[in-house]
Design a protein around this ligand. Sequence first.
Ligand SMILES: [Zn+2]
Length: 125
Amino acid sequence: MQDEEKDEEKDEEKSKKERLVAEGYEGVKFKASNFKAGYKLQQGDVEYDLQAKDLHIEFDGDVRQLVAVFDAQGYLRECPMCHMKCPEGSMVILTDHHMLYPCWMCNKLIERLTGDEDVDWSGLE
Ligand SMILES: [Zn+2]
């Protein structure tokens, strides 16, 4: 059982991103300002609907699947880095591995691992 798991892991590590690209997923690089109110991600002329599209985000050495996106005002209230109030329409993105807050005030992508315990938004960038 353990050996099987190991093999699978190795396989995923090697090809998860390549597999996604082969399946027609586009690789998109983004920064905080690419996120738009209404849960949108703007890249050039293309606008991605974060609620509708099957998106993956690269973080911590792997590709993470976007699970949910929700209103930052009701959850964070203020940016953990610059402590500015979360603007109207700003959002927190949840993947199967971490959370992401694109701050439009300090223009940083603030990422936190999720676990069993509450996410600690203080400290580290
Ligand atoms: Zn900020």
